[in-house]
Write a new protein. Structure first.
Length: 320
């Protein structure tokens, strides 16, 4: 993931604050937007001074979704502050005009086309710099700078709370999900668990897009997310498998997710009429408000044992 981030995202960076070094940099190619970039990065320095931005790294190990939510708020608040600075800079003759929405969109997306930037990173940027900047504006209008400080000190518990601000207002917490006991062992001795964490609604939306769902279906199917836990495994011959267990707000939300997964996993045809290449074996299931999905599932007895275990988890017969 770090290599992917570096290859795809670093060439698009206009400015960067480095908490571990207490310094920030701006990229020459974006000189047209330099005053706004400097205001944005300077705000990150102030955030770090008061709220310790390096805790994002700790959050990533504990809960990736919560870390993404905090990161999005950090970027959104800095963007809100930098945009507020621009009229003052125009008034004092530092810049000729305030950048318009079209300028900001061009700045955010100019280098994405054809650059191989994964869809998730694009979507996160739009949520963070757009959605969370608007969120910061609403918080500031209601509670002033003290409210923004509180938002950074006590950030949203999930990306769900960012995508659905009413859930942030109500304090609706994400559901803590535990994978069924013995799940890794059910894959068989040839498999080793590599990594487990929380996806969250924003990442889940991108997972569904990656499976082939269109943007509208992915958004609707993931919007009932309540909580999840995932596990990545690797076989002795280098194959990867991914297991996710989800709890949804309602049984209808669970059914909509399963329907979207089934439709996304169906064989599709390319524009030329040639069937697309098949991906890793995909299976899913669930009961009530609980669903599960496995990509790259093993064959034979391990697959049967895994299904039984996940179905028991979904029905509530096992912890999780």
């Amino acid at each position: 993931m770090e290599a992917l981030y570096g290859d795809a995202i670093c060439p698009q960076i206009a400015g960067l604050y480095l908490p571990s070094q207490d310094r920030f940099v701006a990229v020459e190619a974006w000189r047209e937007f330099l005053p706004m970039i400097l205001a944005h990065e300077y705000q990150h320095a102030l955030q770090d001074q008061h709220f310790d931005l390096e805790r994002i790294d700790l959050l990533l190990r504990e809960n990736e979704d919560r870390a993404l939510a905090f990161h999005a708020v950090v970027e959104g608040e800095a963007q809100f502050v930098s945009e507020r600075c621009m009229p003052l800079l125009v008034e004092r003759g530092v810049v000729p005009r305030v950048p318009g929405a079209g300028d900001l969109y061009r700045m955010a997306t100019a280098a994405w086309a054809g650059a191989g930037v994964p869809g998730f990173f694009q979507e996160f940027a739009l949520v963070a710099y757009g959605g969370c900047a608007s969120l910061a504006g609403r918080v500031h209008a209601r509670d002033g700078w003290e409210g923004l400080d509180r938002l950074l000190r006590e950030p949203p518990a999930s990306t769900e709370q960012i995508l659905h601000p009413e859930k942030l207002e109500s304090g609706e917490p994400p559901v803590e999900v535990a994978l069924p006991e013995g799940l890794a062992e059910a894959f068989g001795e040839a498999w080793t668990a590599l990594h487990g964490n929380v996806l969250g609604e924003l990442m889940l939306r991108s997972v569904l897009r990656g499976m082939g769902a269109d943007a509208v279906r992915a958004l609707r199917a993931s919007s009932g997310w309540g909580g999840d836990r995932y596990l990545v495994l690797e076989s002795e011959d280098g194959r990867l498998a991914w297991v996710g267990c989800f709890v949804w707000d309602t049984e209808g939300d669970a059914a909509e997710w399963l329907d979207a997964v089934e439709r996304a996993g169906m064989p599709r045809e390319e524009p030329e009429g040639t069937p697309s290449a098949e991906g890793p074996a995909l299976c899913s299931g669930g009961a009530g408000r609980r669903t599960w999905i496995v990509s790259g599932a093993p064959d034979g007895a391990p697959a049967d044992s895994m299904r039984v275990l996940l179905d028991r988890w979904a029905s509530g017969d096992t912890p999780g």
